[in-house]
Design a protein around this ligand. Structure first.
Ligand code: ADP
Ligand code: NI
Length: 218
């Protein structure tokens, strides 16, 4: 099987298994991250595109948030998925490593990627968490977990450990302060950073409007 055939089959697998998911981790999220990753990679140059594309397609194969907090589930499922193909150790390990390292784990918790390919995919995933789509996904996720939209009595928290970040059940607006607004300063690539600034500005404007509307004044 050629690398392109593996990519095509993987696209079909995720279309089939992740369509219609309602928390913002659906096939279309995967597709956006895949497209963004390819576009960022083209600008950053000299990368293993098979690793970039497969890392992007597999990055949300099994998230701890939907598997009782199991932090190893993504790595296991990605390795299991790839084992059905005859792929050399080097690209295979790099792809699994992307799935293992990609997630945000709290404001004060470093999430360094081991490869340049991983940096690209992490930037793409984070770009899809901010801006207009980021706002939509965040409230979809909050609703799916029965969270309040906003509660002025519950203040945002600066998480210093993944354990503390993981168990938070705060209102959805808090997620902007606990994660989304911090992402633009955590981008890996220059291409990602530039695009993050545009999307960040939209979120700032969204929040400003939100508080204005909240007050009920005209
Ligand atoms: P990563 O993409 O770094 O692995 P997640 O999968 O946790 O991070 O986050 C992806 C998106 O899911 C977030 O950007 C947000 O839209 C939504 N999300 C995750 N956790 C929360 C939360 N506590 N409240 C609201 N939305 C969340
Ligand atoms: Ni993702």
């Amino acid at each position: 099987m050629t690398n392109q055939e593996i990519i095509n089959e993987t696209i079909e697998y995720f279309k089939e298994n992740f369509s219609g998911e309602g928390t913002g981790h659906d096939w279309f999220h995967i597709q956006r991250v895949w497209k963004l990753s390819k576009n960022i990679a083209k600008k950053e140059g000299d990368l293993d595109m098979f690793v970039v594309e497969m890392g992007a397609l597999l990055h949300d194969i099994a998230d701890h948030k939907f598997h009782d907090g199991d932090e190893n589930i993504g790595t296991e499922k990605a390795a299991e998925y790839l084992s059905k193909y005859n792929i050399e150790e080097m690209p295979k390990n790099k792809i699994v490593e992307i799935v293992k390292e990609i997630s945000f784990k709290g404001m004060r918790v470093p999430t360094k990627m081991s490869t340049k390919e991983g940096e690209v995919v992490q930037d793409a995933d984070r770009l899809d968490a901010i801006g207009a789509i980021g706002v939509a996904r965040t409230f979809a996720y909050g609703g799916s977990k029965n969270r309040e939209i906003y509660n002025p009595l519950v203040k945002p928290v600066c998480h210093t450990s993944f354990a503390a970040y993981k168990v938070s059940t705060a209102p959805t607006i808090n997620h902007f302060y606990e994660k989304l607004l911090t992402l633009k300063d955590r981008m890996n690539t220059n291409t990602g950073k530039k695009e993050a600034i545009r999307r960040h500005e939209f979120m700032e404007s969204f929040l400003q409007n939100f508080y204005q509307d909240w007050e009920g004044s005209l």
